[in-house]
Design a protein around this ligand. Sequence first.
Ligand SMILES: O=P(O)(O)OC[C@H]1O[C@H](O)[C@H](O)[C@@H](O)[C@@H]1O
Ligand SMILES: [Fe+2]
Length: 198
Amino acid sequence: MADFAAPPLRPFSIRLDRSSLELLPAGPVLTRRLSDLEGLFADEAAWRADVDNGDPIVYTVASSPVPETATELPQSITRIRPGDVAGELYFTKGHMHPVAEGEIYLGLEGEGGLLLFDGTDIEFLEITPDRIGYIPPGWAHRSVNVGSNDDYSFLAVYPGGAGHDYGWVLEHGFGARVYAGAAGAELRSYPQPALTLG
Ligand SMILES: O=P(O)(O)OC[C@H]1O[C@H](O)[C@H](O)[C@@H](O)[C@@H]1O
Ligand SMILES: [Fe+2]
């Protein structure tokens, strides 16, 4: 009912500050710590130890004021810190859209990977500044910071009614994990062996 009662937004512009990578005017900011990523890393003991040892911030999601309601088109900037849990590179929780709709990501800084899984097929897109990753409907998506020292940030634009299904990921996984390897990031699909990226 709340969606119905809300008046439509008036047109307005949003500035992307290139140095701070903020959206202005700003909306809500979400901070995800390692403890928020329970059950997602392969090495659960290493995850627990890192949670107990300071529970670092893994990523933040800073939204514009456009609300996540049906028919609106919200945006957010996700910034993933560099790091890993027993070699598995820091990532976002990842989700499926319960309402099958697409999304785009635009790389802003650092080196990222966009891991996609439709329950059968795995895709991995390298996302660097000015590259757009397209997420079709029906593909779960997770972002990974594949850089060793720097933040990875991207702008997302997505349908406000698409939603976030995190349970799908807990149940199905992504079919692959991304690790820091001697020659860069490695995508290890399970149960197949490693594939060196880049
Ligand atoms: O929701 P997560 O899987 O943790 O991903 C973090 C965020 O990434 C992007 O910014 C998406 O557009 C957001 O909708 C999402 O919340
Ligand atoms: Fe999404």
